[in-house]
Design a protein around this ligand. Structure first.
Ligand SMILES: Nc1ncnc2c1ncn2[C@@H]1O[C@H](COP(=O)(O)OP(=O)(O)OP(=O)(O)O)[C@@H](O)[C@H]1O
Ligand SMILES: [Mg+2]
Length: 238
């Protein structure tokens, strides 16, 4: 059964339809890729599901609960987490403290428990920079930290918004292995990514957005051969 489902989700910004009747779902243990050219609506879909934007039409279900009108922090507590495309770690805190903030946001707990959560998540992420200040982190560390902060809320559904962007080949490989490690935790994972080799390697299934519309769905190998999908991408390059 789907952990998360949207039904006819529509979001407009003035005259611009950023999401147009998008119906999608993701299941426990699945890695769903969300792809599409720049401006397709990928981040808007995440923002709508996380509650940052109220949809104009449609519904969002977490399990069998309708969460369309739930506020963002309530959705976070219910198990929806996401990373931000533009990461903004708390620079005055250490890496570990940043992850602890995620843990404390997810559910009230003692500092000691939050520290333990941060430690456990550090293990999953193969993160060895816990005590460092944010200024001394590598690009890969910053990405892991953003993931760790989201993961510390103990989500059932996790959206990753371009966590591979800006990483070199070795770092990307490391990140793929980290995401696989997270999948082992039994989450439903939704991965937004422009690097198609990553999508091909990592995902069980993809959905393709173009100008707010869901235009294709299926295994990446099939979808990437779909003429409509190829046109959507090529159209943007011209
Ligand atoms: N807060 C906003 N106000 C007005 N327009 C917005 C807002 N957020 C997004 N948009 C517009 O909605 C459309 C979809 O944007 P979105 O950020 O979801 O695209 P995306 O698929 O994430 O693109 P990218 O791959 O570049 O990150 C774009 O045309 C964008 O300019
Ligand atoms: Mg985006």
């Amino acid at each position: 059964m789907a952990v998360l489902r949207t039904q006819g989700l529509t979001k407009r910004f003035g005259g611009l339809v950023a999401l147009s009747e998008v119906s999608m779902e993701v299941s426990k243990g699945e890695i769903l890729g969300i792809i599409g050219p720049n401006g397709a609506g990928k981040t808007t879909l995440i923002n709508a599901v996380a509650g940052l934007y109220m949809p104009d039409e449609g519904q969002i279900f977490l399990g069998d609960r309708d969460i369309t009108y739930a506020r963002p922090h309530i959705r976070a507590k219910m198990g929806i987490a996401r990373t931000f495309q533009l990461m903004q770690p708390l620079v005055d805190l250490s890496a570990q403290e940043n992850i602890m903030v995620g843990a404390l946001f997810g559910q009230p707990q003692s500092l000691r428990d939050a520290r333990r959560t941060a430690f456990e998540i550090g293990e999953i992420l193969q993160f060895d920079a816990m005590d460092r200040s944010i200024a001394n982190l590598t690009a890969l560390d910053i990405k892991k930290l953003e993931l760790g902060r989201a993961l510390a809320t103990r989500p059932t559904v996790l959206f990753l918004d371009e966590v591979m962007a800006g990483l070199n080949q070795d770092e990307t490989k490391a990140m793929i292995s980290v995401v696989r490690g997270i999948q082992g935790q039994g989450l439903a994972l939704c991965v937004v990514e422009h690097v198609m080799s990553v999508i091909g390697e990592l995902t069980d299934r993809v959905i393709v957005l173009n100008t707010g519309m869901l235009i294709a769905e299926g295994p990446y190998a099939e979808v990437s051969a779909d003429p409509q999908v190829i046109t959507a991408y090529l159209g943007k390059e011209e």
